[in-house]
Each structure stands twice: as C-alpha cells, then as structure tokens.
Design a protein around this ligand. Structure first.
Ligand code: PGA
Length: 255
C-alpha cells in the first residue's frame, strides 16, 4: 500500500444477498467491530432495496454505503434502472460499475461502463470501476492488453478532477467466487497494468494518486498478503463481505 499518495478502500459487494432487515442487523453488528479503524475507507455495496436500511444503520458510523449499478441517463423509460440522482438522494456515496457478472450476464459493454462511470462522477458519486481478464484471455497472454484496454475505455472523457472520484478494481474473472485467489504477485501485476493505463492517459503522477483495488476471493486469510503489495490499495470483496468477522478481519489487515 502506498498510503502516502492514495487511499486504501475496503469495499464489500453483497451482490444479490440480504433483505433490508438482514442488512440492518448486519450493519448493527459490524459498526462496533470496525469503529475507529480509520486507516482505510470502509464501504458496503448493497442491493438497491437495502439502500434505505443500510444508510439509516450507517449513520454515525465510519461505514459508507454503495450501490451495485447506475444508469447513465438522468430519467426516462429505462425499466428496472436507477439514476445517479436517485442514488445520491438515497444517501449512496459509491457505486460499483462494470462488474464482470454484469458484463457476463447482463450485456454490459466497455461503452456502457464508460457512460455509467461518467454519470456517476458527474453526480458526485465515487465509481468503483471493475476490470478483469478471463482465464482464457490470461492463458492466451492478453492480460496486460485487456486490462489496459478496459481501463482506458472506462475512463474515456473522464477529467483529471473527476478521476479523484474513481477507484478501479482489478478482478480477474477466474478468481471471482471460485475460491481461487490471484497470488499476491499476480494481483500486484494486474493492478500495475491498470495503473500504467491510467498513467498513459493522465500522467504518472496522477496515476500514483488513484486507488486500485484487487478483488476475487479476497478473504480474512489472504488479505494481509494481498494488501502488502505496493499496487494493491484495498479490496472489493464478495463472499467474505457477508460475514461480519471475516469482513472485519480484512479491514484489520488494512490498518
Ligand atoms: P468474491 O467476489 O470475493 O466472492 O470472489 C468478489 C467480487 O465479485 O467483487
């Protein structure tokens, strides 16, 4: 972690888990466990129906609430979607964009990831933009090319100033929900490709200030080693964010 130039952010991604009641109960349990642990920002990205309960439960704590997607239009006939204004009005501060599950199952493309990213930062949300290669792409030797391409596409037309509200999460698709974690060196290398792409767009000095997370089976057992790498500025955590003790252990590893 290079705390001198960038923030460490530990973000949970609950995916399609937890009812509003379960979200409230989880938050009440978690809040005292992570209280005062201010060496990293702590975020939980929750299902849309849980936002109200989670925002309420997060009041007076050091936990911030995120959403899992945002539409790029301000309003209109887009059934099932949520605008950035709706999210900010509901108390949301962060939003996950371009998660590989959205790319794989819901037709998300590099273009729509870019549009959603712009909508988020224009509304003052912090975008957690996900990039990552499949196993096939890795085995063909395209990891660097792919990560740089996805990063540059996602950040097209983003200004230097808006970049302050962007986190990129490197999530190798083969490591998500599989229990297979990238080695710390693989995570560092992937995050390094992301940072190199940002440097090519915005300059090396600016790239040094951007938080680049690792995600993919990060847990209480491997977080400390992953977070010890210079390019790993935090984690985007799925499965292990559904258990208060495991999530707290990851927060502890970032202290
Ligand atoms: P996982 O999910 O930690 O369950 O692998 C990570 C993610 O998809 O963000």
């Amino acid at each position: 972690m290079n705390k001198a130039t960038r923030k460490t952010v530990i973000a949970g991604n609950w995916k399609m888990n937890m009812t509003p009641d379960a979200a409230s109960a989880f938050m009440k349990e978690l809040a005292p466990m992570v209280a005062g642990k201010d060496e990293c920002d702590i975020v939980l990205c929750v299902p849309a129906v849980d936002i109200a309960a989670a925002v309420e439960a997060a009041k007076g704590t050091n936990i911030k609430i995120g959403a899992q997607n945002v539409h790029f239009k301000a309003s209109g006939a887009y059934t099932g979607e949520l605008s950035a204004e709706m999210l900010t009005a509901a108390g949301v501060k962060y939003v996950v964009i371009g998660h590989s599950e959205r790319r794989q199952y819901f037709g998300e493309t590099d273009q729509t990831v870019n549009l959603r990213t712009l909508a988020a930062v224009n509304a003052g949300l912090t975008a957690i933009v996900c990039v990552g290669e499949t196993l096939e792409q890795r085995e063909l030797g395209y990891t660097e090319t792919l990560l740089k391409f996805q990063t540059k596409m996602a950040l097209t037309n983003v200004t230097k100033d808006q970049l302050k509200n962007i986190i990129v999460a490197y999530e190798p698709v083969w490591a998500i929900g599989t229990g297979v974690t990238a080695t710390a060196d693989q995570a560092d290398e992937g995050n390094g490709y992301v940072r190199a792409a940002i440097a090519e767009m915005f300059g090396a000095d600016v790239a040094e200030t951007v938080t680049v997370q690792y995600g993919g089976s990060m847990n209480d057992a491997n977080a400390a080693e992953l977070l010890s790498k210079v390019n790993v500025d935090g984690g985007l955590i799925g499965g292990a964010s559904l258990k208060t003790d495991k999530f707290t252990a990851i927060v502890d590893a970032a202290q």
